[in-house]
Design a protein around this ligand. Structure first.
Ligand code: SAM
Length: 285
């Protein structure tokens, strides 16, 4: 059966008109209108027949169609209450599609998906970081995340120490995944056009090779360290409420000079610092 292609400017305009819809800016709705980009995302996700995919924000079904054509079983979570009626029509001829209407930040993904699933999405830009960190920090059994984000977010996700854009987000993402930028996507590939260039990022999720006893605490330490970027580590951590003596001892034990700044610390050094802070915390109790 031949399916009309959604990833096309006039098809998208026609669908929106038929359902009397406008792209909702506050929901981050920028629909892909370029078939080549959809195919490139699907290729980057390396979909095999019958593979379970979670899509966040299917919109009118543009990327979903590409995933279904590649043989994926797609479960999609969409917040916009107006879109289920649209998807029921645009994806009517596909069997392996399940829609959950709701907020991805509230849905229980662990219950929704079987182990070893992939996440493929053109994320709404107003909550990109929140979505990615939630998925990674919940330690869900995700194999791979392939997602469109703002280019600037992609740069932060992949940033290395000693650069201005290396921050808590870089450490939190790289702690759980090998991250790489696959390709950039220019604004004219969307309707409406976003104001910024986008990038597709591939996160190969893995168990962290670093030894961290308490991951939540590790993330807290990372956030606290970057809290005031221009301050020294010692002052940032004290500023975030850690006891001066505890921080001094932990930095010393982790062999990190207190005058260093968070942006100069490697993932390994953050892990060592977090472990030593835990030990010092336990001893001072
Ligand atoms: N996948 C479509 C495409 O590529 O053309 C649409 C992508 S659009 C950038 C982002 C989609 O995420 C929109 O459909 C929007 O309604 C949806 N969305 C926004 N916030 C959401 C949330 N919290 N949970 C689930 N979906 C959300």
């Amino acid at each position: 059966m031949l399916h009309p292609r959604i990833a096309d400017l006039s098809a998208t305009r026609h669908i929106l008109k038929t359902f009397n819809l406008r792209a909702a800016k506050k929901l981050g709705q920028n629909f892909l209108v370029d078939a080549g980009t959809v195919q490139a995302i699907v290729d980057a996700a390396e979909i095999s027949e019958g593979e379970e995919v979670l899509e966040i924000g299917p919109g009118i079904g543009t990327l979903t169609q590409g995933l279904l054509e590649a043989g994926a079983k797609v479960t999609a979570v969409e917040l916009d209450k107006k879109l289920p009626a649209v998807l029921a029509e645009t994806l009517a001829s596909y069997e392996n599609f399940k829609l959950v209407q709701g907020d991805i930040l509230k849905v229980d993904v662990a219950k929704l998906m079987p182990p070893n699933f992939k996440v493929v999405a053109n994320l709404p830009y107003y909550i990109t970081t929140q979505i990615l960190l939630t998925l990674l920090e919940k330690k869900l059994p995700i194999k791979k995340i392939v997602t469109m984000v703002q280019k600037e977010v992609a740069e932060r996700m992949t940033a290395a120490p000693n650069s201005k854009i290396y921050g808590a987000m870089s450490v939190a993402v790289q702690f759980r995944a090998n991250v790489q930028v696959a390709f950039d996507v220019s604004p004219e590939k969307f309707l409406p056009r976003p104001e910024v260039t986008s990038s597709v990022v591939i996160c190969d999720v893995r168990e962290s090779p670093l030894k961290v006893t308490d991951e939540e605490f590790f993330i807290r330490v990372v956030r606290a360290s970057f809290g005031q970027r221009r301050k020294t580590l010692l002052n940032s951590l004290i500023g975030a409420g850690f006891n001066r003596e505890r921080v001094s001892k932990a930095l010393d034990a982790a062999k990190i000079l207190p005058s260093r700044r968070a942006e100069n610390l490697s993932l390994e050094e953050f892990a060592a610092l977090s472990e030593e802070l835990l030990i010092e915390g336990a001893q001072s109790r």
